[in-house]
Design a protein around this ligand. Structure first.
Ligand code: ATP
Ligand code: MG
Length: 587
């Protein structure tokens, strides 16, 4: 490919709004261009990398026995009403109406459509298991699209859905996808880690996220260096180190706390430690309003509360709702006399005689006690884990890391098959609902994540498997006849060996060409010029290393092929190793 005929606008500077290095480099290298908030064009260079990620995903999904389908972007509201998500999904679901006033949406995910596809057609246990996947655009009306294609509104996703006859089968499908994911991300040249995860909008019982380790990641992972437990902070559970208190229970006492609302204020005013002041937080959800209690020195983790109560959505109640529900203003909520379910963090259950709000302006209770003064709907781990916390499995101290979520696998169970009435006949001729799993990979986010992990101050350093081209061929003065001939011949030889070559035939200075070679991150740079040709040679330089070497012209193509193959083999070995550790983790 000759650059002069290629559409690859590169820039020295990135637009000021691009905060993340991957976003800056994708814009500067002419991989993407913004159309509107969270909506991007993919240019030829960017698309080549995206297609490579997609092909790796496709090969591994096929290898794992899944079959490719292609489902529509536009989905009818009826299906979403059947699953119950039309009302539950919230504002990320972009709802539309056609000319006949039929309501629908742009697909943020495809559980409804896929269940509708198989129900009635997949009828017998003999046909199971089935796993169907697609690679397609999704639309989510993200509240704050940012970081380029890392968090966009329209983005590429591979989504797969498995249908099994029973739990054991579903567990096997889940494991197969888990292993396939490990191979996929290793083949993309990424350093990643699977972690236990909350299930969010998709729902279901159990889930892992695949995290690319990078400082720019929006997720925090709690990792146990001793036993290997790793979880998203949304889910990570710390060991309870506090001893249960056994003090006597003096009578509940209502006390005037004028104007004292925050934990600090009330603690200072009443001279109690923040551990003994228990916060009562009011949430609104599709299950109605609920209260949750954590110690004053802890943060409540809304995603733990959401999974505990099995809510499709959950958000902090507004001050108006708090007054309605508790009969008291924001800042004075407490469990005594509350009419809604109260969920208790496990540490609170170990306390005696703590301070709570009295659901009345300027009043708190002293000596509040569980059982005597209020009842808990459930006691569970509801707080956010913090640095210094210990692993609940083995007691070693957690390490915290930042990660980019590139994929997630879910055990769904009957979450969609039951409400949508998708059933098959089992061996005994009895109707059973499919036991499902679903499995997503952000293909466009994966491209950005690869850059986030592989770059230096001069630009991208692509892993060979997702590089848009393998060789950047840079003639110093392409107008000079001998240089042109040598460069053209080498290009043909490289292409004949199956290598992907970008030939910089522009009439630019070597400085400009070298800058673009570094910026675009193509793994091997070959320089041809009068000086190298005087020695019957060309100059090789890997993007990932500083050394330059002269290679005889006649050996250049074969040598390039060997270097590319070495890099491909190294990644293949990493994929093999990733598969082995995934098999261990999931067994
Ligand atoms: P996030 O927590 O980052 O919003 P999610 O958990 O909602 O993502 P899933 O429903 O698990 O996303 O979707 C599967 C994959 O799609 C994610 O692992 C991620 O790689 C990708 N993805 C999700 N939302 C976006 C987005 N707004 N832009 C780009 N990729 C996305
Ligand atoms: Mg996810």
């Amino acid at each position: 490919m000759k650059i002069s005929r290629y559409y690859m606008p590169t820039f020295r500077e990135a637009p000021a709004e691009a905060e993340l290095i991957s976003h800056q480099l994708m814009l500067r290298a002419g991989m993407i261009k913004k159309v509107a908030a969270g909506i991007y064009n993919w240019l030829p260079l960017g698309l080549r990398s995206l297609r490579k990620v997609e092909n790796i995903v496709r090969e591994e999904m096929n290898r794992a026995g899944a079959h490719e389908v292609f489902l529509p972007v536009v989905q009818p509201a009826e299906l979403w009403k059947e699953s119950g998500r039309w009302d539950a999904y919230g504002k990320e679901l972009l709802r539309i109406k056609d000319r006949h006033e039929h309501a629908g949406c742009l697909g943020p995910t495809h559980e409804e459509v896929i269940v509708d596809l198989v129900r009635g057609q997949l009828r017998s246990w003999r046909q199971l298991p089935v796993n169907l996947y697609q690679i397609q655009e999704k639309f989510r009306d993200e509240i704050r699209p940012r970081f380029g294609v890392m968090r966009s509104r329209e983005f590429g996703m591979k989504d797969a859905y498995s249908f099994d006859a029973d739990e054991a089968g579903a567990a096997k499908s889940y494991s197969q996808m888990y292993v396939a994911y490990a191979r996929i991300f290793a083949r993309c040249g990424l350093e990643f880690r699977p972690v236990e995860a909350a299930t969010g909008q998709i729902g279901g019982k159990f889930s892992h996220e695949f995290m690319v380790l990078a400082e720019a990641g929006e997720d925090t992972l709690a990792v146990c260096p001793k036993c290997g437990y790793a979880a998203n902070l949304e889910k990570a559970e710390a060991k309870v180190t506090q001893q249960p208190e056994t003090d006597a229970e003096p009578p509940l006492q209502k006390i005037n706390t004028p104007g004292q609302k925050t934990v600090e204020e009330v603690c200072a005013f009443l001279k109690v430690a923040p551990q003994k002041l228990v916060k009562t937080l009011i949430f609104e959800s599709d299950q109605g309003p609920v209260a949750a209690m954590v110690r004053g020195d802890r943060e409540l983790n809304p995603s733990k509360l959401q999974s505990l109560i099995g809510a499709a959505w959950l958000e902090m109640a507004t001050p108006e709702r708090i007054s309605e529900v508790t009969q008291g203003p924001l800042g004075f909520s407490g469990p005594v006399g509350l009419k809604i379910p109260v969920y208790l963090d496990q540490e609170v259950a170990l306390l005696k005689n703590f301070v709570t709000g009295a659901n009345e302006k300027d009043f708190h209770y002293l000596n509040t006690n569980l059982a005597r003064d209020f009842k808990a709907a459930q006691i569970a781990d509801l707080r956010v884990a913090v640095p210094g916390d210990l692993c609940h499995r083995c007691g070693a101290e957690f390490k915290f890391q930042k990660g980019i979520e590139v994929g997630q696998v879910f055990k769904l169970g009957l979450k969609y098959s039951q409400p949508m009435n998708a059933a098959f006949l089992d061996q005994g001729g009895k109707e059973q609902f499919f036991v499902m799993g679903c499995y997503g990979i952000g293909t466009s986010r994966t491209v950005a994540a690869a850059i986030e992990q592989h770059h230096d101050p001069n630009g991208i350093i692509w892993p060979i498997t997702v590089a848009p081209f393998q060789v950047y061929l840079a003639p110093i003065n392409y107008k000079e006849e001998r240089t042109k001939q040598a460069a053209d011949r080498l290009e043909s030889e490289l292409e004949a060996l199956g290598l992907e070559v970008l030939l910089d035939d522009r009439d630019d200075s070597p400085g400009v060409k070298f800058k673009d070679a570094d910026l675009t991150g193509i793994p091997l740079r070959i320089v041809v010029g009068e000086k190298t040709l005087a020695k019957e040679s060309v100059e090789f330089k890997l993007r990932s290393a500083p050394d330059k070497t002269l290679v005889p012209v006649g050996e250049a193509a074969a040598k390039a092929k060997t270097l590319v193959e070495e890099q491909l083999n190294q990644i293949a070995r990493q994929a093999e190793a990733a598969e082995q550790s995934a098999l261990k983790e999931i067994s």
